[in-house]
Design a protein around this ligand. Structure first.
Ligand code: VG1
Ligand code: CO
Length: 547
């Protein structure tokens, strides 16, 4: 096998965001762009830039446009960099949680996951890549910073001259001294799910006439949901909608929220709505949970899963602790307190949960952005959350809405909403942040109607395990009554800037708990606008997406 050493010039923009490097497909396709990043990863993770003997890499993606071409390039580079074996999901597909499960199960040193998650796909859409370490989780900042530094100084990359590997057939293929093993993308993951949840109880629930609908949004979870929900759990064929993964996600936006999963929302709010609805995103790590004409806020979902964890066999022995991202509501904190376990508050992004899970400090983790998961893998896991809900429903035999209402009655409700302003000019979004931060010195003690500011800060986090510090993670303004406003810029967008405003208030009165969230939060929404001069600065009358 002939190996070419190709001269290259470094790119200045290969700094990974919240979850990996995300750019337009055209950028990834430009000369040496993908190759530079991959070589920087290999140079960073191998001592002396050489793969250890016997090293296995996991490589797959969410099936979006450019997935297959990128896999062939990376396979050739892996062979040229001395990697012994690469595991690839059939068709080049593995959902992000399934990739994490495979990395862990086969004790590989890590994996490259090709995905831009919920970002649109297709020739005009986005592509992405991230490196996960041997624990199955996204590389911590220490490593991604080193990869970035390396990508800015390298002068060449290594690539083998070899034919394409047949990704659609399972089996072993040789590429020079390297073995490529094309594996079943679903089997290992499905087996892991069966070990965690009471499949017999869920089968009985579904057999008894309980109706559900799962929207795979033409993204990666289709094959997983069909195998698990329709085949293993006996849900009727057709339970999974939009189940065929497409390179452009059928032109949709594979983000499971009330705006983009509109087909599912129409079904769940329609005349003959099923009992349970769920959707997952581009790479399968997010989830949206719906009851009949009822939306479960992701922050509540985390709290509810924690409160009911003992109903699932994999968690019957109890949970060690919970971690949530800073903008996620404090609903989970209340459950943790009752269970007598710790609750950690981390910056946004799953990479911050890895150390806590590896150290055995937490079992469940969640983010307000439709991400929930546990230490069974080191990524958030969409279908896992769906199965957890089904397990709870099978045991409690109550409607989704009733379960949530009872939870609020017991713990109180953290009324919550997120307002996203997408595709703002970067300078406008930065101006909003500067405007808010500029008032921090005067804010404590200031009154806005009934609200009095208790504290404000720019969130920073010191990892309790390795001591690393992450600063600039979002502007928090807390009020005396426990309510809160957070301003934060997205780290996953590829067009301009996305501003996220997170609003939270606490409501202990069971009657007022049922008031619509936007109405209950209207006072805070007005304060957020006043503080940030939002309408004036952005010219926008309303958010792009309200969750
Ligand atoms: C968003 C979410 C964050 C999530 C990240 C990756 O990041 O807010 O909670 O971890 O996406 O999710 P940002 O920086 O745009 O707010 V996914 O499904 O891309 O892996
Ligand atoms: Co995702």
């Amino acid at each position: 096998m002939n190996i070419r050493v190709v001269a290259t010039t470094p790119f200045q923009d290969q700094k990974p965001g919240t979850s990996g490097l995300r750019k337009k497909v055209a950028v990834f396709k430009s000369t040496n762009y993908l190759e530079n990043f991959v070589q920087a990863v290999f140079d960073t993770i191998f001592d002396n830039a050489a793969a250890p003997p016997g090293s296995t890499l996991v490589l797959s993606g969410d099936g979006r446009y450019y997935n297959r071409e990128a896999i062939q390039i990376i396979l050739r580079m892996a062979a040229a960099n001395g990697i012994a074996k690469v595991l690839v999901g059939q068709g080049g597909i593995l959902s992000t949680p399934a990739a994490s499960a495979v990395i862990r199960k086969y004790r590989s040193f890590g994996g490259l996951i090709l995905s831009a998650s919920h970002n649109p796909g297709g020739p005009e859409g986005d592509f992405g890549i991230k490196y996960n370490t041997g624990n199955g989780g996204p590389a911590p900042e220490k490593i991604t910073d080193t990869i970035f530094a390396r990508s800015r100084e390298l002068s060449s990359y290594r690539i083998a001259e070899a034919p394409d590997v047949a990704l659609d057939r399972q089996g072993s293929y040789a590429m020079g001294g390297m073995t490529v093993e094309v594996i079943d993308p679903v089997a290992d993951y499905a087996e892991l799910m069966e070990s965690l949840f009471d499949f017999a109880a869920i089968r009985e629930l579904i057999g008894g006439g309980f109706r559900l609908c799962f929207d795979a949004m033409h993204a990666v979870t289709g094959p997983y949901a069909r195998e698990i929900l329709e085949r293993r759990l006996g849900a009727p064929t057709g339970t999974v909608i939009n189940g065929v993964p497409l390179p452009d996600f059928g032109g949709g936006h594979p983000d499971p929220n009330l705006t983009y999963a509109d087909q599912l929302v129409a079904i769940m709010y329609g005349e003959d709505a099923p009992d349970f609805g769920a959707a997952s995103d581009g790479d399968g790590d997010r989830n949206m949970i719906l009851g009949r004409r009822f939306f479960v806020n992701p922050s509540d979902s985390l709290a509810l899963i924690a409160a009911n964890a003992a109903l699932a066999p994999g968690y019957a022995a109890g949970i060690a602790g919970i971690a949530r991202s800073m903008p996620t509501s404090a609903a989970a904190d209340r459950v943790a307190e009752k269970l007598g376990v710790p609750c950690y508050e981390t910056p946004t992004g799953w990479k911050f949960f890895g150390n806590l899970m590896d150290a055995g400090k937490v079992t469940l983790c969640g983010e307000e952005s439709f991400g929930t998961g546990s230490s069974h893998v080191r990524e958030k896991d969409g279908l896992w959350a769906v199965l957890f809900w089904l397990n709870i429903l099978a045991k409690r035999r109550l409607p989704v809405e009733e379960i949530v209402h009872r939870h609020w009655a017991e713990f109180g409700r953290n009324v919550y909403s997120r307002h996203d302003y997408e595709a703002l000019p970067s300078n406008v979004a930065a101006g909003v942040m500067t405007q808010v931060k500029g008032q921090f010195a005067q804010l404590p003690g200031r009154r806005f109607g009934d609200y009095r500011v208790k504290f404000c800060d720019d969130f920073s986090y010191t990892d309790p395990i390795d001591g690393s510090v992450s600063t600039g993670q979002g502007l928090r303004i807390g009020f005396d009554d426990g309510s809160r406003i957070v301003f934060r810029l997205s780290g996953t967008g590829t067009e301009g800037a996305t501003l996220r405003i997170y609003l939270e208030a606490f409501e202990s009165d069971p009657v007022r708990q049922k008031v619509d969230a936007q109405q209950a939060l209207s006072g805070l929404i007005a304060i957020a606008d006043e503080l940030s001069q939002l309408k004036q600065r952005t010219g926008r009358e309303r958010p792009t997406v309200i969750t």
